[in-house]
Design a binder for this molecule. Structure first.
Ligand SMILES: Cc1cc2nc3c(=O)[nH]c(=O)nc-3n(C[C@H](O)[C@H](O)[C@H](O)COP(=O)(O)O)c2cc1C
Length: 203
């Protein structure tokens, strides 16, 4: 079963989270994690003028853009976005808004999905971002998953991550590394999506 991890990232934090979600999914036998990104909407001239944005682009240059078939073929999907004013990034939402053809045919109905996010600050809106993005995912027919408290790191995280989904606090300069608790919660979402996806597929 293919497990699609589709994300947007300006500076690379959400990309690193996507890799950790993939790591967790890859621990489940019979699951192939597939990481894909979405088109950038920031003008190229702006990215070029910012060393931090350029560096973020550089780390992701080998990641393919997601296709409609990636969505169709996936048995489970994780959506990753940086928080933008407590909400999903325009880049990821732009891709979701182009799923109309799949929506009309019900092609995504019944697939498990989860959401992960990164913020600049600790209380900058991880939970609002995740819950807000879950609304369109419900319209599309996804079965939503979070990360339950059997993942012990939810009790101890000093950074991001909640039962709603993995989170990372990147800091105001976007340089804070993903800490071990945040990483464990990312892997837990990947594993859970993989396990539930396989169960649903085999029914
Ligand atoms: C337009 C804009 C809005 C943002 N809004 C928030 C916010 O509401 N809360 C917050 O903590 N961080 C906010 N940030 C910071 C980003 O969430 C942070 O840069 C991001 O998590 C880094 O992820 P990335 O490295 O994958 O791009 C915002 C950044 C931008 C550019």
């Amino acid at each position: 079963m293919r497990l699609l991890i589709v994300y947007y990232s300006t500076y690379g934090n959400v990309y690193r989270m996507a890799q950790l979600v993939a790591e967790g999914a890859g621990e489940v036998e019979g699951v192939e994690p597939v990481i894909r990104t979405v088109p950038e909407l920031i003008p190229a001239s702006v990215v070029e003028s910012r060393a931090d944005m350029k560096a973020g682009r550089e780390t992701q240059k080998s990641v393919p853009l997601v296709t409609k078939d990636d969505f169709r073929e996936a048995g489970a999907i994780a959506f990753g976005t940086p928080t933008r004013f407590g909400n999903v990034s325009a880049q990821l939402k732009n891709e979701i808004d182009q799923l109309t053809a799949l929506w009309l045919k019900g092609e995504l109905e019944g697939k498990p999905a989860g959401v992960f996010t990164s913020t600049g600050s600790l209380h900058g809106g991880q939970e609002t971002t995740i819950l807000t993005l879950m609304a369109p995912l419900l319209h599309l027919g996804f079965i939503l998953l979070g990360v339950p408290y059997s993942t012990q790191e939810l009790f101890t995280t000093q950074g991001g991550g909640s039962p709603y989904g993995p989170g990372h606090v990147a800091g105001t300069d976007n340089q804070r590394a993903i800490d071990p608790q945040e990483a464990a919660i990312c892997r837990a979402l990947g594993r859970r999506l993989a396990q539930v996806g396989l169960k649903l597929r085999n029914e």
